[in-house]
Design a protein around this ligand. Structure first.
Ligand code: PGA
Length: 249
């Protein structure tokens, strides 16, 4: 099973998100994509809309881009895991590098969040990845394994967890597409340490239609987490089609 997902990050009105979801509903249908688990992670304002348009029995999972570790309380600007679930989210993304850089997300808060998400029966999508400096020093494997250990060590059951390896130097407009050999060691290390204990190890960062097939064939990659290239629904559908072809051999 390959997991193929996208985060809208801070894009799309509710109407635009609903239009995207309607296309997905039509194109993916009720039966889904054989061998592929698609997911979409809208902005918080559109989670309920997207979940409603897709419908409860959709093969496409819906997620939230962040949630707090407390179930409720005086945390202005935050949403809780129960609120995300109530809106229709089954996945909660945590630890994305943009949140670590700009919003103070740390390994410690990620660890708290992963426990809350699991306690509520949702799927944590744990993002990890090293900076360009760490990559240049050749310390990527140690750095990323450390991030994941902080989040998951001590948990009895991590079988629902998705790990997304997203090197910071590869993410976003200022990122660059990695060569397969540049991500192979970290993916192999994650796969060796966590592969049997988590649902999947994904790669993310400058994925698009041109490199999706190559990246999906890196040993240990169980899926892709896509930003910009999937903000247009046709981009997402085309990467889903690539994944389907890879699964089909
Ligand atoms: P990108 O974003 O595909 O636009 O590089 C990836 C991510 O942040 O997950």
């Amino acid at each position: 099973m390959l997991w193929i997902g996208t985060s809208f990050k801070m894009t799309k009105t509710r109407a635009q998100a609903a239009e995207y979801a309607a296309r997905l509903r039509t194109e993916v249908g009720r039966d889904g994509v054989p061998g592929v688990q698609p997911f979409v992670i809208p902005s918080a304002t559109s989670i309920a809309e997207v979940a409603a348009v897709l419908g409860g029995d959709s093969p496409v999972l819906v997620g939230a881009q962040n949630a707090h570790w407390e179930d409720a309380g005086a945390w202005t600007g935050e949403i809780s895991v129960p609120q995300a679930a109530d809106a229709g989210a089954r996945i909660v993304e945590i630890g994305h590098s943009e949140r670590r850089e700009h919003f103070g997300e740390t390994d410690a808060t990620v660890a708290l969040k992963v426990r809350t998400i699991l306690r509520h029966g949702l799927i944590p999508l744990l993002c990890c990845g090293e900076s360009a400096d760490v990559f240049a020093r050749g310390d990527s494997v140690e750095h990323v394994l450390g991030q994941v250990a902080e989040a998951l060590d001590g948990l009895a059951d991590t079988s629902r967890v998705l790990i997304a390896y997203e090197p910071v130097w590869a993410i976003g407009e200022h990122g660059r597409q990695p060569r397969p050999d540049e991500i192979a060691d970290v993916i192999a290390a994650l796969s060796a340490k966590w592969g049997d204990r988590v649902a999947a190890v994904l790669y993310g960062g400058s994925v698009d239609q041109s490199n999706a097939g190559t990246l999906l064939r890196v040993p240990g990659v169980d899926g892709l987490f896509v930003g910009r290239a999937a903000w247009d629904v046709d981009g997402f559908l085309s990467i889903l089609a690539t994944a389907r072809a890879v699964v089909g051999g």
